[in-house]
Design a protein around this ligand. Structure first.
Ligand code: AKG
Ligand code: FE2
Length: 330
């Protein structure tokens, strides 16, 4: 099935209403509040403290790098990945992974997604296991030159691993505990292309959801549309040049027995311009067993989540429960 971009292109500018299958009425299309997003600077002295704070209290934060020597070090490769994905989007529908198919839902989100090749890292190398942090842990399978955004993927891997060491300590665990929790970590990049929409009140770029995996790094253009939910209200996430939006998936909420929070977010479309975002999802392999880390479970703090494989969890999310918050206290 051709995607939404191919469909919009085929209308040659005559599309003046939302087709039925994309119709997702939303009452709050014109939210004008902006979220106060915590900013974590990877080059700052307070990086560790700020990161743990953001993971425990917010579940989403802006990530920047203000190092004088190496500005935007961890964001290197962003421009490349953005333009490569845009070329893919322009070229047509053969790379389109259709959200409607993915979630086996009758209604379609108003965006197309393009997936980059998975990159993988095996168990942490011995020096990490012994508590020493290597400058850069080797990747078990480095994405090839042809892969979309390979430099970007490598940078995100490094950044993600550095964050996991800090996040472990933030839970009072050994620094390598979260990295050790899985045999394998997998990074999947996915670009989302959201065409301009004739009536933004009748469609959603992406429905409200929490990410199922570990850490998500979102690179977005200047258009905006990402929103997060705090309490009962939705807030816009302001797109800032050089800032990655990082959000916690359900995985670390479960592993941390609820101390780190995943966050509900969605994407609005607008009538003026299309939008491109690239998500890099750092998560476990499908066979990984997901359950609260035993050290964090006690009589005072019993396990809030039942154990199951990541495959089973994803199956539940995509088939039965894909609506709203998908963390179950079960
Ligand atoms: O497009 C965005 O800004 C967010 C995309 C997203 O939430 C996702 O791919 O899970
Ligand atoms: Fe998401």
């Amino acid at each position: 099935m051709a995607g939404i971009k191919a469909f919009v292109d085929s209308c040659n500018g005559t599309l003046d209403s939302v087709p039925d299958r994309y119709m997702m009425p939303n009452e709050a299309a014109d939210v004008s509040r902006y979220a106060v997003l915590p900013i974590v600077d990877v080059a700052s002295e307070s990086f560790e403290r700020d990161l743990v704070d953001a993971c425990s209290k917010y579940g989403m934060f802006g990530c920047i790098s203000c190092s004088a020597q190496e500005p935007r070090h961890s964001h290197r490769g962003c421009d490349e990945v953005r333009s490569r994905f845009l070329q893919l989007a322009q070229r047509g529908q053969d790379a389109v992974l259709h959200r409607g198919d993915l979630h086996t839902r009758p209604l379609l989100h108003q965006h197309d997604a393009f997936e980059g090749r998975e990159a993988r890292v095996a168990r942490p190398p011995p020096d990490v296991a012994q508590g020493r942090v290597p400058r850069s842990a080797p990747l078990a399978r480095v994405p090839s030159q042809r892969d979309v955004g390979s430099e970007y993927a490598r940078n995100i891997f490094k950044l993600g691993k550095r964050m996991l060491l800090v996040m472990s300590e933030g839970l009072g665990l050994r620094s390598n505990r979260l990295l050790e929790a899985f045999e394998d970590m997998v990074l999947l990049t996915r670009a989302n292309f959201y065409p301009a929409c004739p009536n933004p009140r009748q469609a959603l770029g992406m429905e409200g959801h929490t990410d199922s995996g570990g850490l998500t790094f979102v690179l977005q253009d200047g258009v905006g549309g990402l929103q997060l939910k705090q309490g009962e209200d939705w807030y816009n996430v302001r797109p800032l040049e050089g800032m990655l939006v990082v959000n916690m998936g359900d995985l670390y909420q479960k592993l941390s027995n609820g101390r780190y929070k995943s966050i509900l977010h969605r994407v609005m479309v607008n009538s003026k311009s299309s939008r491109l975002s690239v998500g890099a999802f750092l998560g476990p392999s499908l066979d990984a067993e997901i359950s609260p880390i035993p050290e964090l479970v006690s009589q005072e703090s019993p396990a809030k989540y039942r154990s199951r494989t990541y495959r089973d969890y994803m199956h539940e999310v995509y088939t039965e429960h894909f609506s709203g918050k998908n963390v179950y206290v079960a």
